[in-house]
Design a binder for this molecule. Sequence first.
Ligand SMILES: *Cc1c(COP(=O)(O)O)cnc(C)c1O
Length: 377
Amino acid sequence: MNIQMCDLRGQYLKIKSEIDAAIQEVIDSTAFIKGKEVGLFQEELASYLGVKHVIGCANGTDALQIALMALDLKPGDEVITPDFTFIATVEVVALLGLTPILVDVDPSTFTIDAKRLEEAITPKTKAIIPVHLFGQCANMDEIMRLAQKYNLYVIEDTAQALGADYFHSDGRVSKAGTIGAVGTTSFFPSKNLGCYGDGGALFTNDDSLANEIRSIANHGMKVRYHHDRIGVNSRLDTIQAAILRVKLKYLDFYNKARIEAANAYDSALKPCSKIITPARAKWSSHIFHQYTLKLNNVDRERLQKDLAAKGIPTMVYYPIPLHKQKAFEPYREFNYGRSFQVSDFLSSSVISLPMHTELSADVIKYITETLLEALKD
Ligand SMILES: *Cc1c(COP(=O)(O)O)cnc(C)c1O
């Protein structure tokens, strides 16, 4: 058995002829930049998400940066993000001269703790970036309520949850990333909708914000060679868009495969007292970008070595919470003595098992049996 954290090759082989034809068509057209597939993919993704505008860009980090640039923010403004996420979420805040403010996460869903969020709001706070971590949405009803109360922008980092459903308390259902002012995503190969290189996108229902985003991503111009503001060069390649058009048709099927794998993991692992299986928030579907366990009094490093020796890879997302990252040192004073008990605990106790669209029942059985055996004392 050759077990991988993410089996991109197995996934490709099943749709090889469609993908190869789509790539070949772009090469034949030589429209490598801004070819017709980019516009078509943007329309198709917009219709899938039920959002007015989708704007492609070069990667998920750029998407976050462009979203912040499109909003009316000035240096020193505070932007709240969860402490337990990938660095990209706060990196762009700092790069733009804004002040990243970290907030601890909820111990069961690992998403930003809405209760602590309000405590972190100051007169300088201008935006919140909730991260829909590991495939499940943050508590958007509560976040939007606070955003309205304090007049804040919400940028949803949807890099890990494209296709997840958010269930509003009033019964409405929205796709992750379409609730705040802007949603961003990444098409990094291992994401739930991944391309064959780098790619990203922004979503919004706001026409003027969409125009601003398009212009920023294109050197700050609306009319060719008329630059209204400082922008960036961030495009989704035509080849990547062509690949994404093929894969978008399978996104629900892929997410379902992940959910089924997670359910199989759950039923095998739930009885073990040393493991806490992933919680499902009542307000969101969970599409399992990662399948992440909390370990209870287990030597994690040793467990990882034991599993690796049996051919089972594991990963720790994330081993160091942002407030302890060296790069974050200059911003520590802005944490105003807040506690990060939960993210500290999670970074020392979580472990992610292989999770992708090609996991067979046999492989899951082998992984869970080996894991349970390794946890026996
Ligand atoms: C992957 C990821 C990003 C960045 O995406 P890139 O395409 O690699 O730039 C941002 N935020 C989160 C939560 C991610 O998982």
